[in-house]
Design a protein around this ligand. Structure first.
Ligand SMILES: [Zn+2]
Ligand SMILES: [Zn+2]
Length: 397
């Protein structure tokens, strides 16, 4: 079968590649990272450990320091070609691990529950295959901080040292429990959703609850606003491009019978397959907020807390991933709907040509961000093989 003509499903056989990696060493690395998780913006030891691991086992030509603990390992090719950036993430989550495993988290309340420990080990494995240097171009391995807060990718791109990287292509993967182990999951256009997390605060004037008419309470305005979220969602939700406006938190007043509140807030998460839809829904929500505030005599504060740009796969990036899956004989699953979670790799696909794919982590596994999730070591080889093949294809001049 020729890989130019790729069926959507390929039998998963003969998938072992003759890669010059030390899998036992990479598994040990993954376990060390798993045992020492660090939250976003605090990935100091993780970065330090990875830098010395790479220097000792994979000799990059250069290591470029980027935003926070982020850095990029550079491998210069033997002949001119394209610059290909492959990304992994450094951060863990504020989730207490409940697994009983020998390499369990040593940090109370912090766990690698998104499998970023596995992504880092995959990238270290890719580095080990590059010690003889790529045939063409340059391969940049980006070890990015702060993915879970949606800030790391953007800050790395904006860092002055990033200008010297200037990638022609960017690629990333995410492990996906619920899909067969080693399966490659991808689609063109939106792969992961546009997400906005924002707080709307309303302030009036306190009063005795026996005389609420003498104060200005935000209670009814906040209630009306919360109900409005459903209408806005219903207006924009489409079969081919979903939309969500989800109230995730609210707070108002103090716990005292005699006090009619002066302030309160409601927080929303807005999601859609289309970036523009999130912006439109947010505008409608805030327009309605101002109308309510005028009606009730309240003041308003709007605060965007997190924002994930939609990860939009370019057709050429999707084609390279599909071809890499075929060349490495991995099962390829062309999904139709984008994932509803956000991924800050969208900041990279917004600026550069590229794509992201999912790597199946097994059907019977806990979901990502669950307290019992643990990245399966059995898919390390799949991730390494895919990333190496992608780099080989995309660096060609
Ligand atoms: Zn995550
Ligand atoms: Zn993640």
């Amino acid at each position: 079968m020729l890989c130019g003509d790729i069926p959507h499903s390929i039998n998963r056989q003969q998938k072992g590649l003759d890669l010059t990696i030390n899998l036992d060493q990479l598994i040990s690395l993954r376990h060390w990272l798993h045992a020492h998780p660090e939250l976003s913006r605090q990935e100091v030891e993780t970065a330090k450990y990875l830098r010395s691991f790479l220097t000792e086992t994979a000799q990059p030509d250069d290591i470029i320091s980027l935003d926070g603990s982020g850095f990029a390992a550079v491998y210069n090719g033997k002949a001119p070609g394209k610059t290909v950036l492959l990304r992994c993430e450094l951060d863990a989550l504020p989730i207490h691990e409940i697994n009983d495993i020998p390499y369990g988290s040593t940090q109370d309340g912090v766990g690698h529950k998104c499998g970023h420990d596995g992504h880092m080990a995959i990238m270290a494995g890719v580095a080990q295959t590059l010690t003889d240097r790529p045939a063409y171009g340059r391969v940049i391995l980006l070890f990015q901080p702060d993915e879970e807060t949606g800030t790391g990718a953007r800050n790395c791109c904006l860092h002055e040292a990033f200008a010297s990287i200037a990638p022609d292509y960017v690629f990333a993967l995410h492990n996906l429990p619920g899909f067969p182990a080693g399966q490659v999951i991808c689609k063109p256009d939106t792969f992961a959703s546009q997400v906005k997390y924002a707080a709307i605060k309303m302030t009036g004037k306190e009063a005795h609850s026996a005389q609420p008419e003498t104060g200005i309470s935000p209670s009814f305005a906040l209630a009306e606003l919360t109900l409005m979220a459903r209408k806005i969602q219903a207006k924009h939700d489409r079969e081919d491009a979903y939309a969500l406006v989800v109230p995730v938190y609210n707070q108002m007043g103090v716990q005292a019978s005699g006090v009619c509140p002066a302030q309160g807030e409601v927080q929303f998460t807005l999601r859609s397959a289309l970036a523009q839809t999130v912006e439109t829904m947010w505008k409608e929500l805030t327009d309605h907020t101002h109308t309510l505030a005028d009606e009730y005599g309240l003041s308003v504060t709007l605060e965007t807390r997190e924002e994930f740009a939609a990860t939009t796969n370019h057709q050429v990036g999707f084609d390279i991933i599909k071809r890499a899956a075929c060349e490495t004989k991995r099962e390829f699953n062309a999904i139709k709907q984008p994932f509803r979670w956000g991924e800050d790799f969208g900041e990279l696909t917004k600026r550069y040509t590229g794509a992201m794919f999912g790597l199946g982590a097994g059907l019977n596994r806990p979901d990502l961000h669950n307290p019992d999730y643990d990245f399966p070591d059995e898919i390390l080889n799949d991730g390494i093989a895919m990333m190496v093949e992608i780099a080989t294809i995309a660096t060609k001049p």
